[in-house]
Design a protein around this ligand. Structure first.
Ligand code: GLU
Length: 430
């Protein structure tokens, strides 16, 4: 057995040199700074600030006694509720048998990458864990660039260009929208065009829709509508239900991909066995939804929409390149207009930018390089979640639906986010 002194030569080559995931590292670093008395603006980890809806918490309490192992693919009732959820919101035709439940969608993604033998294709920027997972299981990674001028959206032409070079190569493409890290989403016609290209080259699609219910206008469209036979839809409780720490993720497969689902079930049975029973029982309530959950979603969307717009505007007024977020709780500013000034201050990479930003202003953020951008791209991800979501939600519920939330509301309930952004603006200008 290796001791803690054993050199890394005994580590699997694929994990040698890998660091803990950036999202978790920045959270620990921020908490350590807070504990040692520093003021920190926690815009690093992307965790929902909102509480889990009360009916879902109540359901968990009632089911605390559930202690048996559940089937590896998940609780039958939950699989049905998840299928119904997609059928209801996206007009799909999934059956409960098409649903797989896991301890977080991150784990399901890892197993998918393990069982599927093909290249991983992801846009730059993409969420921090897709590429390391591919690296761990030894898959090739192909990045497809996007630009701030295209609102960080992938174009079908890019996908076509990659696939046409070697049309028969097996590929897994992960598309995540509303996007972490950019906050952008796609229109129906854009999804249709991407779906056409994906079908042409038989690309396996993983549509990561974990932020789907956080589309700021509640108008999320799944690409599964246009490429049903090749798309797996990924979702879970972490973002829209505020329950990241509950660790519950879902994959929903069309019948054509049963072979893949079954293979994932085999690996799941040899690894995590099944997902926590009480959490699965409670999740049924979340996916069934009702007027309480609909109102909860309506109000959190309203807060995130208004806050995202104001923060993006402040950054834009300060000369930063940024697009207004359309879903989720992320901003992805590009500080390249300040490149020369920053260089004079010894800052030439996004990593150095974030290190100095935290040290000099207390704002925690993640560098674009963690999302697949080149070191010198000067892009940064900001998770605008540093506020008391319970307090903000209760206050928003008192404001009539036809009235929009004003600056006074944001100042009162989301102050740290505003101050964090103001600190960034002053810091880059100064
Ligand atoms: N998705 C969240 C983020 O990007 C954190 C969860 C995780 O990395 O596991 O910050």
């Amino acid at each position: 057995m290796a001791s803690s002194k054993t050199p890394s030569i005994h580590l699997n080559l694929n994990v040698r040199g890998l660091k803990q995931s950036a999202t978790l590292r920045i959270n620990e670093e921020s908490n350590n700074l807070l504990r040692s008395g520093h003021r920190v603006f926690k815009l690093g980890l992307g965790q929902s600030p909102f509480p889990v809806p009360t009916p879902v918490v109540d359901e968990l309490k009632v089911n605390a006694h559930q202690k048996d192992y559940l089937p590896v693919m998940g609780l039958r009732e939950l699989r049905g509720a998840v299928a119904d959820f997609h059928n209801r919101t996206q007009h799909e035709r999934f059956s409960p048998d098409g649903v797989m439940i896991g301890p977080g969608s991150k784990e399901l993604m890892f197993i998918l990458q393990l069982v599927y033998y093909g290249d991983l294709v992801i846009p730059t920027p993409s969420w921090v864990s897709y590429a390391p997972q591919a690296h761990i299981v030894g898959r090739h990674i192909r990045w497809l660039p996007t630009s701030v001028d295209d609102g960080w959206r992938l174009t079908p032409e890019r996908l076509h260009k990659l696939c046409s070079d070697d049309p028969d190569r097996p590929r897994l493409f992960i598309l995540n929208y509303p996007s972490n890290p950019t906050g952008m989403t796609y229109k129906a016609e854009e999804l249709r065009a991407i779906a056409t290209t994906a079908r042409k080259y038989r690309v396996l699609f993983l549509s990561d829709e974990i932020y789907g219910e956080l589309h700021h206008r509640g108008q999320h469209i799944s690409i599964g509508r246009y490429y049903p036979e090749g798309t797996i839809i990924s979702s879970g409780l972490s973002k829209w239900c505020g329950a990241g720490g509950w660790r519950l993720g879902t994959f929903t497969f069309p019948e054509e991909l049963n072979w893949l689902k079954d293979a994932m079930g085999v690996v799941a049975s040899e690894t995590y066995t099944s997902t926590s029973a009480p959490i699965q029982y409670a999740a049924v309530r979340a996916f069934q939804s009702d007027i309480v959950i609909e109102e909860y979603l309506w109000n959190i969307r309203r807060i995130l929409r208004r806050l995202g717009r104001v923060l993006a505007q402040r950054l834009s007024d300060a000369g930063v390149r940024i697009s207004e977020p359309q879903g989720g709780f992320y901003l992805f500013p590009d500080f390249s207009p300040f490149r020369e000034d920053l260089k004079e201050r010894g800052i030439e990479t996004s990593e150095e930018f974030c290190r100095r930003l935290l040290k000099e202003t207390g704002v925690a953020a993640l560098p674009g390089s963690d999302f697949g951008h080149s070191e010198d791209a000067l892009t940064v991800r900001l998770a605008y979640v540093d506020f008391d979501g319970t307090r903000a939600l209760v206050a928003a519920e008192q404001i009539p639906p036809q009235k929009s939330l004003d600056d006074g509301f944001l100042e009162m309930y989301c102050h740290n986010c505003l101050e964090g952004i103001d600190r960034i603006c002053n810091w880059i200008q100064g």
